[in-house]
Design a protein around this ligand. Structure first.
Ligand SMILES: [Zn+2]
Length: 99
């Protein structure tokens, strides 16, 4: 039986990758809120496509941001919808506190 070593180099010398992760994660909020310029957003997008651990974090942040965004829509909405949204906000807050 032969054990094939998948990780051919170990020793933790991946400063470039580590830096890319820190860079991507430090901008993930801005990326989610579309506050980055196209070039920077592309760098983040490419990193997420290549880096599974950052993608995981992004998906969690994205899910949370999606919930928050649903409660705070940017276009003004009629009173009826506004009331629905505030009751939704209570639900979301409740869910987040429970989980
Ligand atoms: Zn990464």
């Amino acid at each position: 039986m032969t054990l094939h070593n998948v990780h051919s180099h170990h020793g933790g010398e991946e400063p470039e990758l580590h830096h890319a992760c820190l860079d991507a994660l430090s901008r993930i909020q801005e990326f989610l809120h579309h506050e980055l310029d196209d070039t920077t957003a592309d760098v983040i997008r490419e990193h997420l496509a290549a880096c599974e651990s950052c993608l995981d974090i992004f998906e969690v942040e994205n899910a949370i941001a999606g919930l928050i965004r649903r409660c705070n829509p940017s276009p003004p909405c009629p009173g009826d919808l506004r009331a629905k949204i505030s009751s939704m906000h209570v639900q979301v807050t409740h869910i987040r506190f429970e989980s």
